[in-house]
Design a protein around this ligand. Structure first.
Ligand SMILES: Cc1cc2nc3c(=O)[nH]c(=O)nc-3n(C[C@H](O)[C@H](O)[C@H](O)COP(=O)(O)O)c2cc1C
Length: 230
């Protein structure tokens, strides 16, 4: 295994940020390091131990550009939505300022996505967007929420493990989803069998400029914890 940063476990868990402006596009990412991160991601749980995640690792400049262009097209749609980062008014100047910083950082990634040495597309066998009543192979007909839980509950923890393993090795990532407006086109670029395999997100992966990151600002815990009753 490559050397990992001297981070405490809680520090790793609280300082794995969405890195955009501090991605070092000039430093190559070794295949071995990517494989170490996948190896760690594969320790995540799956229902019935299906192990049905896949990680498509993209380093081909033409494919990276094609994915980045799809992301940019998706973001053009997203920025018009009321829930877009720049359009939400939290009624709190401090929170609004934070949103503005995220927006600027997101714009930077938007313009430079293809520059990341590696893009990663975590995928899961089995789509959750089949029409209602469709038999899902191996699942039959199940409540949609159960299928969603099975699929996202498998790929999200594995992806987060990948992101944590990357951070531990001095690399940064950012969970992004806007290329999914054009998921089928992305599948065609990468040869992913779209009908059977669902993409979860698109991660830029690069070493970071500096390795010190701070915990993000979050709402008070009281607003989200419900003991015994909502
Ligand atoms: C499901 C999901 C989708 C996201 N999509 C995007 C995206 O498309 N583009 C982007 O720049 N950031 C995206 N983010 C990153 C969030 O903006 C980021 O997590 C949030 O601002 C908090 O920042 P932090 O992760 O550094 O704490 C996404 C995060 C999640 C969990």
């Amino acid at each position: 295994m490559n050397e990992t940063l001297a981070l405490g476990l809680d520090e790793l868990l609280t300082t794995t940020r969405s890195v955009r402006r501090r991605l070092d596009f000039s430093r190559p990412v070794e295949r071995e390091v990517v494989e170490q991160c996948v190896e760690i991601a594969m320790q995540a749980p799956t229902p019935s131990n299906l192990q049905n995640w896949h990680f498509v690792i993209v380093s081909d400049p033409k494919k990276k550009m094609a994915l980045a262009d799809l992301y940019r097209k998706g973001r053009e749609i997203y920025v018009t939505l009321p829930s877009a980062t720049a359009n939400v008014d939290f009624g709190d100047p401090e929170r609004n300022a934070m949103q503005q910083r995220i927006e600027e950082s997101a714009q930077y990634l938007n313009s430079n996505f293809q520059e990341a040495p590696v893009l990663v597309v975590p995928c899961i066998e089995g789509r959750t967007d089949s029409p209602p009543g469709t038999e899902i192979p191996g699942w039959g007909q199940v409540p949609p929420v159960l299928l969603q839980s099975a699929q996202w509950g498998s790929i999200a923890p594995a992806t987060w493990s990948f992101m944590l393993a990357a951070r531990a090795r001095g690399l940064g990532t950012c969970w992004t989803s806007l290329h999914l407006y054009f998921e089928e086109q992305a599948a065609a670029i990468l040869g992913i069998p779209y009908a059977e395999v669902m993409q979860a997100c698109l991660l830029p992966l690069a070493y970071t400029k500096g390795t010190t990151f701070k915990p993000g600002k979050r709402d008070p815990m009281d607003s989200i914890v419900h003991w015994d009753d909502w």
